[in-house]
Structures are given as structure tokens and as C-alpha cells.
Design a protein around this ligand. Sequence first.
Ligand code: OAD
Length: 251
Amino acid sequence: MEFPRELLTHLQAAEKVVVFTGAGASAESGIPTFRDALTGLWENFDPMALATPQAFDENPPFVWGWYEWRRALVANCEPNPAHYAIAEMQNYLSSLVVVTQNVDDLHERAGAKDIVRLHGSMHHPYCRDCHLPYTLGPVTQGGGEEVPPPQCPQCQGLVRPGVVWFGESLPSDAWERALEEAAQCDVLLSVGTSSVVYPAADIPRLAKEQGACLVQVNPDETGLEPFLDFSLQGPAGEILPALVEAAYEPA
Ligand code: OAD
């Protein structure tokens, strides 16, 4: 695979890199994205019935069961070469921060050390009422049936998934860190995101405005095209390992 010389030079000279990831980074692990035609989760499920606080209030077992189904799916998947290539880049940079919209744990399972989670984590639920974190047991079902959520051991409130839903604010510490890293990085790689969900989708554009070289890895076009320095069209699991090798491990 050939890459523009100028892109490799940018990566070799970079001290700080931010990798901004979306569902496409986990696609080759077998986890469906949200908006891809036919296979996207939001093509087959109504986000307003599953990913809003109102949906959880109205039908907790339906929403909890859907997240348990997704947790079971993720438990049966492995990181793919894109996750490993991102973790590998840590060896060649003084700072590599993964700013992710994904709620799975595949970046950490691949060895990424510094992960900023803009949309929370499916593995860290908490009480809807008193916000006490709740420790999940092993996945017990994966068939998509309704499952009553656990109760909070402290206040008996309902435990909710630890993800950010539509209409909710992003966790402020994660958001502030993402802004800070976007402002300081030399290169931002936007990997596998349609870049349509705000405010997360502002991060690559803000990095570019503050001087970063902006690179996209995606088989399709996204809303980010006007801002890009380099567009690498194709699956992240093929492009990222080749890019890391070309930039940092040339023969
Ligand atoms: P989307 O489903 O909107 O976009 C996935 C992107 O991945 C698309 O641009 C695809 O072209 C691309 N893609 C598919 N396969 C790929 C591959 N093998 N390699 C690289 N790219 C690939 O997912 P997100 O952008 O992550 O929010 O969606 C953003 C947010 O919308 C999610 O975090 C979620 C959702 O509603 C919440 O749950 C709050």
C-alpha cells in the first residue's frame, strides 16, 4: 500500500497524535456500526426507543436487554488489526491519545493506554438516581430478550447503561480533555466515524483549525472532507497497520 510521502513525514515528525475513532474502527471485529446501510444498528432499531433517558424510563427491561445483547456481542469479539495498529503507534510517539465515541472495550483490550471516552462505556453502568457506579457480572444472555436492570445496592434505584444517550451532555472531564488534546496534537487521525454526531464530531475540525494535520481513514466519504489534509479510503483494519509500518517501521 502506498501513502503520500508528505503524510509519512508528518507522522514521523509528530510528537502528539490523537486518534479519533467511531464505530467503523470496530466494524472488522464484527460489531455493527450505527449508520451503514443495511447493517447499521440505527437501520434496524429505533434510537429514540433505545438510546434516550425517556426510553429507559418508559421501558427499562427493553433498553437494558438491548445493551446486554450488545455487551454479549462485544464479549464474543476481539480487537482487530486497526485497534492493534493504534496501540502500536504508542511506541513511536511521545503522546498518543485515543478519543473514542465507541462504548466497547476493544481499544484497551488491544493495549491502548490513554483513552478518552466521549460517549461513556457499556461496561460501566451506574444508578439512574444516585449515580453510584455498578459492577456488572459476566454476560448471562445474548438473545436480545428483555432483561430487568439490576437495582442499586445503595438506594434501590434502577441501574442504567453507562453510555451517553441522545439529549444528554457528554461527560465534562472527557470533553475538556478531548478539546485540550485536539488543540495540542500535531496529527489527528479520524478513523471509522461518519462525523455527524455533535459535539464529538467537532473534535477533528477543531484540531485542524488549531494547526493539526487532519487525516481520515474510512471506506466512504463523510462530513469531514472539506477539512481533510489526507483521505485514506478503505477499511481501517487494512489501512492502519500498513500506515504504521510505512511511517515507523520501513523495511
Ligand atoms: P456511524 O455508524 O455513524 O459511522 C460509522 C463510519 O464507519 C461510517 O462513516 C462508515 O463508512 C465507517 N466504516 C465502516 N466500516 C469501516 C471500516 N472497516 N473501517 C473504517 N471505517 C469504516 O458511527 P459513529 O460515527 O461512531 O452515539 O457514530 C457516532 C455516534 O452515533 C455513536 O457514538 C453513537 C451513535 O448514535 C451514541 O450512542 C451516543
